[in-house]
Design a protein around this ligand. Structure first.
Ligand code: FAD
Length: 367
């Protein structure tokens, strides 16, 4: 089959790779003039690293393998440690943390992408896309993998269903040396003033992010001219390495947290969606890139049953979106220290399977 894919992000590129490997034709149209390598880094859970292995992409070449995920108090007291190697043993694949841009570049290798090609209109019933500046492309199937502000979804659903939660993320990399930079632990420090997350991304970089409550026009919203000062005022008294991070703030990226209902059927006729276009969610559970890879994996096997693909993926993506929408990691929970590490590890390992269509479909490996 000939498949037109709109968008060369994680979803579109992984899908194209899967389709090509299965003997289909895939053409990707991307509005950016070159691979969009911007952004911070993303955590890829075992379901995703398994899917990537199937696509002959090895993310451990890029990022850092994570062995633990730790919750600390703002004063630096370790409250609970999740052992990620338990999930690695159970599912046979690691958890890795990789720079989004490097993942996109790796996925793009060998995939026919037309850059600088913005799709401005689609006819979902004919699997047809009209490109800005002229030209129409048509396939047997058309996939909108065009992200949170998807043109394809707008045509299918009308309007933008996403609403913003009251949380926003400011993030960036620091190359200042910290004890976490060359390690294998991701750390979440939640306090009454917000959350600071820290994760090693390889290449001497540590991803940091601060989650705070904000809304348009309020402090900490995009364009806040006092942002760096405000972050220092709010988080300056937190334990190491937060002060080191705050010294090295350099043009942080801004991400307001979106959330939208995920219908059971999100496409029509020969047209469907994948990734954020279908289910954008807050980054709270680190699921955006993972759910995009899960879509790509199942869709590459479901071209003859697009509605079946949507129903199966909606069931699982909704679980992630629901939990992410609670902004659970942002909540200050001193009682977290009462949860034994073994229980937290067990819960996390079980959760990773429930959040993965791939792992749910592979009972032999996942039992
Ligand atoms: C520049 C960028 C930086 C990001 N940084 C982070 C980050 O730091 N941390 C994080 O957790 N998540 C980040 N994300 C989001 C994360 O990549 C996604 O949540 C997840 O990977 C799902 O990917 P996706 O492919 O569905 O969507 P996206 O990654 O948003 O990819 C969609 C692609 O479609 C293209 N596109 C959009 N509209 C059109 C159109 N009309 N015609 C043609 N092409 C179009 C976009 O340019 C983009 O390349 C970022 C996304 C982008 C685009």
């Amino acid at each position: 089959m000939r498949v037109i894919v709109v968008g060369a992000g994680v979803a579109g590129l992984a899908l194209a790779r899967g389709l090509l490997a299965a003997g289909h034709e895939a053409e990707v149209y991307e509005e950016s003039p070159e691979p969009r390598a911007a952004g911070g880094s993303v955590t890829l859970w075992p379901g995703s690293t398994a899917i990537l292995a199937g696509l002959e992409v090895d993310p451990t070449r890029l990022g850092r393998r994570l062995e633990t995920m730790e919750s600390w108090s703002s004063g630096g007291r370790r409250l609970v440690t999740v052992d990620l190697t338990a999930a690695e043993r159970r599912y046979g694949h690691p958890t890795v943390h990789v720079a989004r841009g490097e993942l996109v570049e790796l996925l793009a290798e060998g995939v026919p992408v037309t850059y600088g090609a913005r799709v401005e209109h689609v006819d979902p019933d004919r699997a047809e896309a009209r490109l800005a500046g002229g030209g129409t492309v048509r396939g047997d199937v058309l996939v909108g993998a065009d992200g949170r502000r998807s043109v394809v979804r707008r045509t299918l659903w009308g309007g933008d269903p996403a609403r913003l939660t009251r949380w926003v993320t400011w993030q960036g990399f620091t190359t200042a040396p910290t004890p976490l930079t060359e390690g294998s632990a991701a750390v979440l420090m939640a306090g009454l003033r917000g959350l600071c997350g820290l994760a090693p991304a390889g290449g001497g970089r540590l991803l940091w992010w601060f989650d705070v409550r904000s809304a348009p026009g309020e402090p900490f919203w995009a364009g806040d001219p006092r942002l760096a000062d405000r972050l220092r005022e709010r988080f300056g008294g937190w334990a190491d390495p937060v002060p080191t991070v705050l010294e090295s703030l350099d043009e942080p990226d801004f991400f307001p947290h979106p959330r939208h209902p995920i219908p059971s059927v999100w496409g029509r006729g020969p047209t469907t969606l994948a990734g954020d276009a279908a289910h954008s969610m807050p980054p709270t559970m680190a699921q955006g890139a993972n759910q995009a890879l899960e879509d790509a994996w199942l869709l590459a096997r479901s071209l003859g049953d697009l509605r079946g693909y949507e129903r199966a993926r909606a069931r699982v993506a909704r679980r992630s979106a629901r939990l992410a929408g609670t902004e659970i990691t942002d909540m200050h929970r001193p009682a977290a220290g009462l949860v034994p590490d073994r229980l937290a590890t067990w819960l996390n390992t079980a959760w990773l399977r429930r959040a993965s269509t791939y792992l749910l479909a592979e009972p032999a490996r996942a039992s």
